[in-house]
Design a binder for this molecule. Structure first.
Ligand code: ZN
Length: 424
């Protein structure tokens, strides 16, 4: 394009009159023969990237040509250039910028539309086009696959008018597949969290890619474990320490509430020693100073039944943590076996139902926990990606369209792998 002249409008904006400088615009789009006879002229107002504070508007004076080729189906045509194809009102670079804002810069569609003075559907179209590069790209090679669930929106409860009971009528989940060791980010997402949902996604991936996977890190979800046994029979399932310790902490809180209720006949109060110690009980032993530890331990020891039950449960938690701490230490099978035996016998002797349940759960998941101790693979990447997924949903004030949500989160979590977060 070449500039013919620039007009200053009364509101300070500038109107730029353009002519076509690209000689190839004279070639007929149908037959490619260069035209020489002008039919007339036309003016369009293409939109481009914002420039300057006041903005520019463009008037493109283009010519209509008669096609010279007598056999050509098009008798005449109007000039076009690759940046502004016939019928387009935006330059290709404006569309690309709108798409990249949403795909790579983490912008919402609404915000990108406001910034670039475009409409929401235009930006969404541009984003879909830009996101195609991400979704069409082959999956990166993955050795450790992470699978995790994310809640989509809020669960909805409704009262049954006949029985008067509250029922869960809507509880939507996404299952995410993550490169748990490399930087591949989110590899895919499906709606739901059942065995069938996981298998459906796995069946869309190439067989050679699946054969590469050695380990799969999951939280303690029986559905995911079952799905992996069917879909990835050669992979080893790993449950990381985070979810196991989380379970032990939940157990401690349950024991505290139950014993308080049973022995005191009421809920906990701020004056109860077990209530005072409730946060310290959940902290790691090595993170407590001796003073903090004494403040937790001594009052509970003097408290009688409530305190002693709680301390027994606390020791069970800590001995489970000692067992899990053997990960990444290249501990021998003998050491691991001993730590496990110590934990299980403590739980068996404890005679506290919650502690026994914990021991039973750990036993049921022992193969997966042992795999974690041997390899140290965790699902931390999934948890980190979950944080980003939730951030995107909040920025967008929730999504109505689950497909759009998956596309957005997919793009936003693979930026590092695609090099969009490299500051250099
Ligand atoms: Zn032609």
């Amino acid at each position: 394009m070449s500039v013919i002249r620039v007009e200053r409008l009364h509101d300070g904006r500038r109107r730029v009159h353009l002519a076509t400088a690209d000689a190839s615009a004279r070639a007929c789009p149908a037959c490619g023969v260069f035209a020489s006879r002008v039919k007339g002229s036309a003016t369009t107002r293409p939109r481009d990237l914002p420039y300057g504070e006041r903005g520019l508007e463009f008037f493109w004076h283009k010519r209509r040509w008669w096609c010279r080729e007598s056999a050509c189906p098009w008798k005449s045509f109007t000039e076009q250039i690759p940046q502004i194809p016939a019928g387009a009102r935006l330059t290709a670079r404006l569309r690309a910028a709108a798409g990249c804002r949403v795909r790579d810069a983490g912008s919402t569609v609404v915000q990108a539309a406001r910034d670039l003075h475009l409409s929401w559907p235009t930006v969404m179209d541009a984003f879909r086009e830009a996101a195609g590069e991400v979704t069409r790209a082959p999956l990166p090679e993955v050795v450790v696959l992470g699978i995790d669930e994310t809640r989509r929106g809020r669960p909805r409860w409704e009262q049954n008018p006949e029985t008067g009971k509250w029922q869960l009528t809507r509880d939507r989940w996404h299952t995410g597949f993550v490169d748990a060791l490399g930087s591949g980010g989110l590899l895919g997402q499906v709606e739901g969290r059942t065995v069938a949902d996981v298998l459906a996604w796995l069946s869309t991936t190439p067989l050679t890619w699946r054969k590469n996977i050695r380990h799969v890190a999951i939280d303690m979800s029986a559905a995911y474990r079952a799905a992996i046994r069917t879909g990835l029979p050669d992979a080893i399932v790993v449950v990381d320490h985070f979810h196991v310790v989380q379970l032990a902490n939940k157990m401690l809180s349950l024991v505290r509430r139950r014993t308080t209720a049973e022995i005191r006949g009421r809920r906990g109060r701020a004056t109860d020693p077990e209530w005072k110690a409730r946060r310290r009980l959940l902290r790691n032993r090595e993170d407590l100073t001796d003073e903090q530890f004494a403040k937790m331990w001594n009052p509970l020891l003097d408290e009688g039944k409530v305190g002693q039950t709680l301390l027994t449960a606390w020791i069970a938690k800590e001995s489970l943590r000692n067992l899990l701490a053997l990960a990444r230490t290249s501990a021998s099978r003998h050491q691991v076996g001993q730590a496990r035996w110590k934990f299980l016998t403590w739980c068996a002797d404890a005679d506290i139902p919650e502690v026994r349940t914990l021991a039973a759960t750990v036993d049921r998941w022992w193969n997966e926990i042992a795999a974690f101790i041997a390899t140290g693979h965790s699902n931390a990447k999934s948890e980190g990606i979950n944080r980003v997924i939730k951030l995107v949903a909040r920025n967008a004030f929730g999504f109505r369209n689950a497909g759009h949500q998956r596309l957005r989160t997919r793009c936003v979590t693979t930026r590092r792998a695609r090099g969009h977060l490299r500051t250099a």
